[in-house]
Design a protein around this ligand. Structure first.
Ligand SMILES: [Zn+2]
Length: 199
């Protein structure tokens, strides 16, 4: 499609949609026309949902999970085991681990992994905040994605935590190498959590 022929408002929408991950220009055009043909009600709902997610969602002050409150639901839940913290890269991993119903402890979202090529060092992640939460914690479970950067970050964290006398475990293998936790099925994840290993 010759996008130069499109009215500026559509062109603008195509360009914004094409910036989303996994959306090429062709799909972006298709979505833009879908929105154009949708009812005012549906289009307005979509716009409102986008605005609301930016206005209402913030990060938990304790664990950096996504929440609409100052402290997230998991951190507020007094029935959870406060002596365990599971460290993950992003809030999407928490959703996956919660689905297994296997884990009753708390979480800590790092907000990424150490990646020198992308200029991300330990100080850019929520590691300091993790160290500050260790009082009364007996075990830290590392559940980072099994990418090269995830592995390197796990090794870094293991050293950091062990030097403070914390027991460190990590998810058992069985999670395909290089895979993102978000795409691992619940059964595999549940097994990996149950048979986690000391490091
Ligand atoms: Zn929290």
């Amino acid at each position: 499609m010759k996008t130069a022929l499109l009215p500026p408002a559509i062109l603008n929408l195509v360009e914004e949609l094409a910036r989303l991950p996994g959306i090429g220009r062709k799909t972006a055009s298709r979505l833009a026309f879908y929105i154009l043909n949708a009812s005012n009600h549906d289009a307005e709902n979509l716009a409102r949902a986008i605005r609301e997610v930016k206005q209402k969602i913030r990060f938990c002050k304790t664990c950096f999970n996504i929440t609409e409150e100052e402290i997230c639901q998991i951190c507020r839940d007094t029935s959870r085991n406060r002596s365990q913290i599971c460290v993950v890269e992003d809030p999407a991993s928490i959703i996956m681990l919660e689905k297994t119903n296997e884990y009753q402890g708390l979480y800590h979202v790092l907000g990424g992994v150490i990646s020198p090529l992308d200029g991300i060092g330990a100080e850019d992640l929520h590691m300091k905040q993790l160290i500050e939460r260790l009082e009364g914690v007996h075990e830290v479970i590392l559940a980072l994605n099994s990418s090269t950067e995830g592995e390197a970050t796990s090794i870094y964290l293991t050293r950091l935590l062990k030097s403070r006398g914390i027991k460190v475990t990590r998810l058992a293998r069985g999670i395909p190498l290089g895979s993102n936790l978000e795409f691992v099925d619940e059964l595999t994840l549940s097994k990996a959590l149950k048979s986690r290993m000391d490091v």
